[in-house]
Design a protein around this ligand. Sequence first.
Ligand code: GLC
Length: 752
Amino acid sequence: MRFSEFLVRTLPKAGGVLFLSAAAAVAAYPQDKPVYLDGTKPIEERVEDALGRMTLEEKIKVIHAQSKFSSRGVPRLGIPEVWTTDGPHGIRSEVYWDEWNQAGWTNDSCVAFPALTCLAATWNTELAHLYGKSIGEEATFRGKDMLLGPGVNIYRSPLNGRNFEYMGEDPYLAGRMVVPYVQGVQENGVAACVKHYALNNHEINRHRTNVIVDDRTLYEIYLPAFKAAVQEGGAWAIMGSYNLYRDQHCCHNSYLLNDILKGEWGYDGVVVSDWGGTHDTDQAIRNGLDMEFGTGTDGLRSGARNAYDSYHMAFPYLEKIRKGEVGTEELDDKVRRVLRLMFRTSMNGDRGFGSFCSEEHYAAARAIGDEGIVLLKNEGNILPVDFGSVEKILVVGENAVKMMTVGGGSSSLKVEREISPLDGIRERAGSDVEVVYARGYIGDVTGEYNGVTSGQDLADTRSADELIAEAVAQAKDADYVIFIGGLNKSKHQDCEDSDRKGLGLPYDQDRVIEALAAVNDRLVVVNISGNAVAMPWIEEVPAVLQAWFIGSEAGHSIADVLSGDVNPSGKLPFTFPARLEDCPAHLLGEYCGEPVKDTVDIEYKEGIFVGYRWTDRQKKTKPLFAFGHGLSYTEFEYGKPTTDSSTMTSDGHVTVSVDITNAGQRAGKEIVQLYIADRKSSLPRPVKELKGFEKILLQPGETKTVTFTIDVDDLSFFDPEKHEWVAEPGRFDAIVAAAADDVRGSVSFELK
Ligand code: GLC
């Protein structure tokens, strides 16, 4: 019996009329809203309701792109389309519906946040959350539902053009930093799309590389950051990578997507192809791909069906279903995942409206830059610069003035503002200090990517000798010489779809640095890059800063650290090898530096021994700078580590504590690192592996106790035969360190 009939039977006629009309009004409004449109209903109910209402054609439409960066909704049901946007460092400006070139909007100049290597170098998980929250707000404000980032591919080779977009060589650090970033983004009702899953560790031949790597290395090195992003970060999207693994493209790779991601990890989000990463209809259907983007469409082909209907997961898929060649089980799983994405984002009535180019976002970018800069060397403590007591500073180098937010590939941005290092130094020095600029060398004078131009004219016809002579002449009477060079975002530098040709600085910068070192002993080299570089002049240069691609606030952050307004606290997220051949990917291979026409097998022969896991085992070679290295303007003293128990049971844990003291005259932040060493194991293991870190602020003279909790997972290695993580009983060392090559103490315990 309906509620209105019940009322009529029980109420006296006269009074009933009044109640009836009121009841009818109540009954008509909220109860009849379809479940999929009712935000108060659980998402899974909304998914099933929407799925049940969709036609076969509508289901096909939502699993592939309709334009460069969007996929179709279900117009008939009022389900909106999904808008994706690059990239990990900021919200990319609008391109045409189906072209890479700029659409010429005037409301899409964004904040460029620091590159993710800089975020990783902060080792500050709170900043990682702030980063995700801020960029998520920019995405929401710009009407985007999915951010195509962050990237967490492991730093295997210093030549990889995209390392600047990733979080270094260690899976534990990358995992700890990616989780809060993902959470911060998704709190805005925007999906983070963690990329590029998986084994996309160089750019040359990126579509044709077939990676050969053993399961143990896959699980211990290349998957953990993705697993953390999914299982702890709750990522709603994952992007497949261009390369192949086990002879299948990763965008439709059954082992990676069905067995591991969706099977072992229980992932309920969408798998998005990289743009143009889909190559086979049957594999796309069966191997776990959910949304196909960027397949070789060159726009709407006149006469032929819409180019997007020719995608693998479009008309070809529909035809196979209509012919009975495939069922609709895979399709319904894909559509459920896409609908889940929609209810989490575009149809999430609770998501805010975000914010864009706010001072809070600039402050966030600056804070990340301030804490990400790494003081690599400071002999004689010539840094910080006391701007109050100097008269002349010479700034040399193209990277002091060159815009770095334009270029580098899909992470290129159109920014509202970018403070150059020279401008930042001039602003901080004030009018009493003469800040002279000399070009020093000519690098890359273009400043354009896909139609976004820097607007700078860096053309210069002078010869290298003239440029060096000018800089040297100015250097002679300068109180400080600050050389600002490194790499840039052009091809064969730090740039997508190409790798570097070598470890050295380009454009003969070494010659400039050596000439300056010969005439001024207060030379500071600021290396702006997302990769390690060779430093043959390191003995002649007293101070070196690693200043990443910091984005809109680059100049402010660099000046903050040079001046001592900020005490540097960053530490390297990857090893700086002294020579390329000290890097196992290049010593053992394999790495292919030449373009190939067909597929090329690249075997990761170094296995798990990547980065410091390799250098720790070398007797003869030492890195230029170690993983986890970074100095401060103050000194930190470490006490002796202690443990609460000398034994651990398999379901228990052990805590390790250590006192850290600021023995200097100024406040500073220290990143205390915990590594675990397994003294005896049935399989070869690294000397030590990072399993904990904590960043603490200490006032001068202050002591804090840092405590790490170690459990059996921290002791485990992946046993490929058993296909599971194993911790073998025996003795382990808990090593407390300031860097991978700076051990401050250890304490051992027994796993029973
Ligand atoms: C690019 C990149 C990917 C990016 C996508 C869209 O080729 O590999 O990171 O998000 O295509 O631009």
